[in-house]
Design a binder for this molecule. Structure first.
Ligand code: ZN
Length: 348
């Protein structure tokens, strides 16, 4: 009987082994035939039923089928593993003739760089860098700065109002100065700059942007004069545009300073001879400034009979455009990486 049983198992295995296609199927066959209750394993127990004179032959037959199984199993296992490795190698093949992938380096935004440069110059002179809200109250943005409701100076700063007439997107960073003066209680000197985003209802073109960045500053102390402002301005522009830079003040008018000036630097391209950048004047206007108006000091808690101060404002984009030869302000607010990379190269 056992001979038929062994022959039957051999036949089954032949079929199964011929059709095995993956390791899992192969392992399943192993369990089914060689596992604890496998068909081949169970043959061992049958020896009791075999007549004595056939026991030896039976034992040999069981050994034989077990050996055959193991041999076949190992062979198929190796073939499957080889196939898997070959497939992996084929799929992971590296074509060393392909061009490499360029890794893009990040670059600092040029506007940030200018702001950081200016911040570090002022910090070296003992100034604090102060931040303030971009959604501002009309009170801080205009009224405290000597620009009451209905005043024509408001027309020059076409403003985005966000709620009634009381809240707006700040049209200048000067309200931060008002906040600092009020917070300091009117009895302490102040040195501060407030770089930040500002907003006006300008139609965007090459030199106007509805969003732009101002760097305004304020110094409040006793006996402050225009010559202090001039000295400070000299230090800053020499740092930014080179030691040979000359400066001049021209009379101007702002509501929150009296007297007010526009500040020019000598053209760093033509060194004053006249070129297209300076429109043949030899001078480039870079900021507005002046002595803080007594009304502003008073509005913000400082006694104008005791305290004086100067204030100034730079346009960060204008400085960056001058310094890096950029001719369209919109460049700063578009996300064209090629432009940013260009800035990076200009630095090399
Ligand atoms: Zn020039």
């Amino acid at each position: 009987m056992y001979k038929e049983k062994i022959a039957e198992i051999k036949n089954e295995l032949k079929d199964l082994f011929n059709n095995v296609s993956d390791m899992q199927a192969l392992e399943n066959i192993k369990t089914e035939y060689m596992g604890k209750n496998g068909k081949i394993t169970l043959l061992n127990g049958k020896i009791k039923e075999v007549p004595n004179e056939e026991k030896k032959e039976f034992g040999m037959a069981v050994n034989e089928i077990r050996n055959e199984f193991n041999e076949k199993y190992e062979k198929i296992k190796k073939n499957l593993e080889d196939a898997e490795i070959n497939q992996k190698l084929a799929s992971e093949a590296i074509d060393i003739t392909l061009p490499g992938t360029t890794i893009k380096n990040g670059a600092p935004n040029i506007l940030e760089k200018i702001v950081e440069e200016i911040e570090s110059v002022f910090m070296s002179m003992g100034y604090d860098v102060v931040d303030g809200p971009e959604i501002e109250e009309d009170h801080y943005n205009f009224e405290l700065l000597n620009i009451p409701k209905g005043h024509p100076a408001r027309d020059a700063q076409d403003t985005f109002y966000v709620k009634d007439e009381d809240y707006l997107l700040r049209s200048q960073t000067s309200p931060v100065q008002a906040r600092v003066m009020l917070a300091s209680g009117g009895d302490k000197p102040i040195r501060m700059i407030c770089p930040g985003k500002t907003y006006r209802r300008d139609a965007d073109d090459a030199t106007h942007s509805h969003q732009f960045m101002q760097i305004e500053g304020l110094l409040v102390d006793k006996n402050v004069s225009l010559s202090d402002l001039k000295g400070t301005f000299d230090v800053v522009v020499k740092k930014l545009f080179g030691e040979s830079t000359k400066t001049r003040f021209r009379p101007s008018y702002y509501q929150f300073t009296e007297p007010s000036v526009e500040t020019d630097i000598s053209c760093f391209v033509c060194k004053g001879k006249g070129c297209s950048l300076c429109k043949n004047t030899g001078w480039i206007t870079v900021s507005g400034a002046g002595i803080v108006h007594p009304n502003v000091l008073k509005n913000c808690g400082y006694d104008p009979k005791v305290w004086t101060g100067f204030a100034f404002g730079f346009g960060a984009e204008r400085l960056a455009m001058l310094k890096y030869g950029i001719n369209d302000i919109r460049t700063f607010y578009q996300t064209d990486l090629r432009e940013i990379e260009n800035f990076d190269r200009r630095e090399d």
